[in-house]
Design a protein around this ligand. Structure first.
Ligand code: SAM
Length: 247
């Protein structure tokens, strides 16, 4: 059985898609989709030999070698431009996901959908999408086995009805609480619209983490610690206000 997290990602892949799953590990996602005949073909990309072997075994054991091509390589270098229409990158840090997209951006020319699931550092993924004018069309958040995951779905601007300017327009919440672009990139424009329990859990955890860092900084004598402290205090205050307002 697929995890709730991978199932949610799978449900975002339109029927009949040609998929590239980058960092596929055991190729669980493409195998699941191919078994259900929900994709016409897939490339499972892996940069590491161990997971590449595991993916190859999984695909041949499932008798799906005609549908899923397992390829060894870094990020998007395993595909050619126009080869796939959906790219999934899941289960790694947001900085790495943004680096993979940046390094392989010319391979994204025919891609109509990105489904990205950073384990941490969602800010970096949203920032990359914004910088390159990919439009977020959905954000989901779920809690599984004590961990919280966000799934960000984006399309190229030429296929979108809305714009990034609208999405990241600073907002004023009900109690006059301001949410600027930085905070939208941090907390998620869609997640802020419809905050669910997992989102509140995440931000309570993040506040605990921020408080811990602030405590450590307060004991440091370095002058630069004071500057960092001020920045983090400000961030903490903003996040607390937003949470209090939406709760
Ligand atoms: N995508 C699967 C999931 O969400 O369950 C597997 C996630 S696993 C934690 C991350 C995988 O990404 C590892 O197998 C790792 O080898 C692979 N990986 C890391 N950097 C990569 C890169 N630059 N290109 C391709 N794969 C990469």
């Amino acid at each position: 059985r697929l995890s709730k997290r991978l199932e949610m990602i799978a449900n975002g892949v339109p029927k009949g898609s040609r998929l590239a799953d980058i960092g596929s590990d055991h190729a669980l996602l493409p195998v699941f989709l191919a078994e259900q005949q929900r994709i016409s073909k897939a490339v499972a990309g892996e940069v590491n030999e161990g997971p590449f072997q595991a993916a190859s075994k999984q695909v041949s054991a499932a008798g799906l070698s005609a549908v899923i091509d397992v390829r060894l390589g870094n990020g998007l270098e395993v595909i050619t431009a126009g080869e796939v229409d959906v790219v999934t990158i899941a289960g790694m840090g947001g900085t790495l996901i943004a680096d993979i997209l940046e390094a392989g951006q010319e391979k994204l020319s025919g891609v109509s959908l990105l489904i990205l699931q950073p384990n941490v550092g969602e800010y970096n993924v949203r920032s990359w999408l914004l910088k390159k004018d990919w439009i977020l069309i959905n954000e989901q958040i779920l809690e599984e086995d004590g961990k919280i995951y966000e799934i960000l779905t984006a399309i190229p601007s030429n296929l979108a009805k809305s714009s990034n300017a609208e999405l990241y327009e600073p907002r004023t919440l009900t109690d006059g609480v301001e949410v600027d672009r930085e905070l939208l990139l941090t907390m998620g424009p869609f997640l802020l619209d419809k905050p669910v329990p997992a989102w509140f859990h995440k931000w309570h955890w993040e506040l605990d983490k921020l408080n811990m860092i602030l405590h450590r900084l307060s004991r440091s004598a370095k002058p630069e610690s004071r500057i960092k402290e001020q920045e983090l205090q400000q961030e903490l205050k903003q996040i607390k206000e937003v949470i209090a307002c939406l709760q």
